[in-house]
Design a protein around this ligand. Structure first.
Ligand SMILES: Nc1nc2c(ncn2[C@@H]2O[C@H](COP(=O)(O)OP(=O)(O)OP(=O)(O)O)[C@@H](O)[C@H]2O)c(=O)[nH]1
Ligand SMILES: [Mg+2]
Length: 166
């Protein structure tokens, strides 16, 4: 599983909440870009999670973005968690669509929902999920809110991934 999204949206906060103590940090081969890998559990299965640097689109500008794109295309993750800042949803949904068009299985994580609440904004999470056709989960990663639901959605997909094709 790979966590992707714009800079500063809470990817690493989610990564830390979903993985155990044993993480490895290494430079992506041939670059100065750091990637953090850790393990989470999905029932009896161990899942590798990768935390990536900020990523805006599949047309990379920075070295960080090139690394994230290369990782997505070469490691072919079973599941991509696209983390967005809920208040900036309109600017960030383009990447969700790019990830879906590229054929990835995506869960959209609306993080920083506390900011929405502070501004008196609400998000139609179920409506968004129905329109996109993918699971959408609202979280406040810094306070651990919504993580149980995120784990449930990941588990559902995990089971789907492990099922043989009909
Ligand atoms: N208010 C609020 N702050 C959050 C939330 N999640 C994370 N943060 C804070 O947002 C800041 C950025 O979080 P990170 O997890 O470092 O974000 P990131 O996406 O990994 O950032 P980059 O690795 O630089 O792309 C930190 O100060 C977090 O504590 C949230 O749900 N609500
Ligand atoms: Mg980070």
């Amino acid at each position: 599983m790979v966590l992707v999204g714009s800079p500063n949206v809470g990817k690493s906060a989610l990564f830390n909440a979903l993985t155990g103590a044993y993480v490895t940090v290494s430079n992506y081969p041939g670059t100065t870009v750091e990637l953090t890998r850790g393990a989470g559990r999905l029932g009896d299965e161990e899942v590798e999670l990768v935390d990536t640097p900020g990523f805006y689109s599949f047309l990379p500008v920075s070295e960080e973005e090139r690394v994230t794109r290369h990782l997505l295309l070469t490691e072919q993750p079973d599941l991509v968690l696209h983390v967005v800042e809920a208040v900036a949803l309109d600017r960030m949904l383009a990447l969700t669509l790019q990830l879906l068009e590229a054929g990835f299985t995506v869960i959209l994580v609306l993080n920083m929902m506390d900011e929405c609440e502070r501004l008196g904004l609400s998000v139609d999470v179920a409506g968004l999920s129905a329109r996109l056709g993918i699971p959408v989960v609202a979280t406040v990663a810094s306070r651990g809110l919504g993580l149980d639901e995120l784990r449930r959605e990941v588990a559902l997909h995990g089971r789907r991934i492990l099922e043989p094709a009909v």
